[in-house]
Write a protein that binds this ligand. Structure first.
Ligand SMILES: Cc1ncc(CO)c(N)n1
Length: 223
């Protein structure tokens, strides 16, 4: 069994919690409060700026050109296709590109991105991929799941989101991350694999906290 299959099977109950978070469910059935989505979109943009940097660190730590090319493609895809989605939503909400780029990160956004950047900067390439894998993989799965709900891809506000994350292009990027994780896990000791699993579990949990933060408009205490 592949390492990623084993990871997913072991963490299935925690993984499922992300998919059944009210933010995700309500985006799928179209009932999500627009203000919650607006808050999410701004935080997710700030998140993606740091997340994109992980791909640059990946290119730096890669030991062959093919892997460098994949990280470059992931960086490009994030900065252009994915963040274009956010810029287009921001325009609909009357948020300027400057305002979007300079938005204040929430405590959860900060904790999540800094955890990943810490692992990316100080860990092995395998640890970097373990940290970013739940992001790409869970969004692709959520996108595909929501796209099966009648009307979800045509929803006037959330349709674009569902189409982006269920798209073949996004799926290809997620598949690269999954395959790369399996390649990098090959020949690793049980101790190292356990460490990768711990990192994967932590960012899976951060994914849940990110949905929850957005659903509850959670900033710093008192704000
Ligand atoms: C919080 C979060 N996780 C994953 C993705 C997918 O790139 C995203 N846009 N935002």
């Amino acid at each position: 069994m592949k390492f990623t299959e084993r990871l997913k099977e072991k963490l299935e109950p925690i993984w499922r919690q992300n998919h059944s978070h009210p933010f995700v469910v309500e985006m799928g059935n179209g009932t999500l409060d627009k203000e919650k989505f607006r808050f999410y979109m701004v935080q997710d943009y700030v998140y993606l700026i740091d997340y994109a940097k992980l791909f640059s660190i990946g290119a730096l730590k890669a030991t062959d050109v093919k892997t460098m090319e994949k990280f470059a493609a992931l960086l490009h895809g994030t900065l252009h296709e994915e963040m274009d989605l956010h810029r287009s939503y921001a325009a609909q909400f009357g948020i300027s590109p400057e305002e979007l780029e300079n938005a204040e990160p929430s405590p959860i956004t900060l904790a999540y991105t800094h955890y990943m950047l810490h692992k990316g900067q100080n860990g092995t390439l395998a640890e970097l991929v373990a940290a970013l894998l739940p992001c790409a993989w869970s969004y692709w799965e959520i996108g595909k799941e929501l796209s099966q709900i009648p009307g979800a891809t045509d929803h006037e506000l959330y349709g674009e989101w569902v189409r982006m994350y269920s798209s073949e292009e996004f799926g290809q990027l997620a598949t690269w991350c999954i395959d790369l994780m399996d390649e990098l896990a090959e020949g690793k000791s049980d101790t190292e694999l356990l460490e990768l699993e711990k990192i994967f579990l932590n960012t899976t949990r951060f994914e849940y906290m990110f949905w929850d933060m957005a659903y509850n408009n959670q900033m710093w205490p008192g704000e």
